[in-house]
Design a protein around this ligand. Structure first.
Ligand code: R5P
Length: 300
């Protein structure tokens, strides 16, 4: 098997290769003066099973194009199969029409990915469990929830003082799964409203009983407003200690500042998206999904 990486998350690709006892294989990405790219596979892949790692995070369009070209180059070079590991699947929040006139961008992405000849996809914590149904090829949908459960146990937060919190109604399935892995830890949810045109977030109500420690769990953090608003309402209801576990650190605009200044003690995310140095902050801790991906490849 040969593993290749695009430019979006090379450090995760390197860790993954190491966990599989391999080294990253070589490819060249030449950028023309007008920004167009030429991808060349430099390793021999004839009749080989190949894997390409690319997180389609910001800049999503650029990273998707790079992924499409790498898959195409591998297929043309004779690879027996190409598995695309897309730790964070960009455009997943545009999986249906929210307001008349909108494109279903994720559907366009799915059709394009399928047309490149990729054999299967491995991804993590999709925004909706229905997304895999849009694909006509095998898609392995992994979750960072077991990693979070492990960390919570390590921190000894699996006690009677702790409640799991979904910061919106859409996250209840996720929180139930985590609760199951923590011997039925209680969970509550927050009623959140987002203004679709301004992006502003407000929390109106908590469903359930708060305890002195709260663990907020989400699939991704983008602007950081959901977490900040959730922490505010939890504190108002008497919670003394708040930690956050979110799989994808999208961290757009000044999310890092919002998160550092939020009424939380600790923010855990994973390395599905590479967080540049300037976006890291003291409260942040990054857990790696590399071993989970390696297991998934080995068991395929
Ligand atoms: C929403 O449904 C998601 O699960 C996240 O809560 C949301 O994408 C977070 O976005 P932000 O950080 O911009 O509030």
């Amino acid at each position: 098997m040969k593993i290749f990486s695009g430019t979006s998350n090379k450090s995760l690709a390197e860790k993954l290769a190491e966990d599989l006892g391999l080294k990253l294989s070589d490819l060249e990405i030449f950028v023309f003066p007008d920004g167009e790219k030429r991808i060349t596979i430099l390793d021999k892949v004839l009749d080989e099973d190949t894997v390409v790692v690319e997180s389609t995070s910001n800049p999503a369009d650029e990273n998707y194009m790079q992924l499409f070209f790498i898959v195409d180059a591998l297929k043309r070079s004779g690879a027996k199969s190409v598995t695309a590991i897309i730790p964070y699947l960009g455009y997943q929040r545009q999986d249906h029409v929210f307001r008349p006139g909108e494109a279903v961008s994720l559907e366009v992405i799915v059709k394009t990915l399928e047309s490149t000849g990729v054999a299967r996809i491995i991804t993590l914590d999709l925004h909706s469990v229905k997304i895999p149904e849009l694909f006509h090829l095998p898609i392995k949908h992994l979750s960072a929830i077991p990693l979070f459960a492990e960390k919570i146990k390590e921190e000894k937060w699996n006690d009677k003082k702790t409640v799991l919190v979904s910061p919106d109604m859409g996250g209840i399935r996720r929180i139930k799964l985590l609760s199951e892995q923590l011997n039925g830890m209680p969970y509550i949810s927050i009623e959140k409203n987002r203004d679709l045109s301004t992006g502003e977030v407000a929390a109106s109500k908590i469903n359930g009983e708060v305890l002195s420690r709260a663990i907020i769990v989400d699939d991704m953090i983008s602007s950081g407003k959901t977490i900040s608003v959730a922490a505010d309402i939890l504190r108002k209801h008497g919670v003394e200690e708040i930690s956050v576990f979110a799989t994808h650190p999208v961290f757009s605009d000044d999310a890092s500042k919002i998160l550092q200044e939020s009424k939380t003690e600790k923010i855990y995310t994973t390395d599905t998206i590479l967080i540049p140095g300037e976006k890291r902050f003291p409260k942040l801790e990054i857990l790696s999904v590399s071993k989970m991906l390696a297991e998934s490849i080995k068991s395929a």
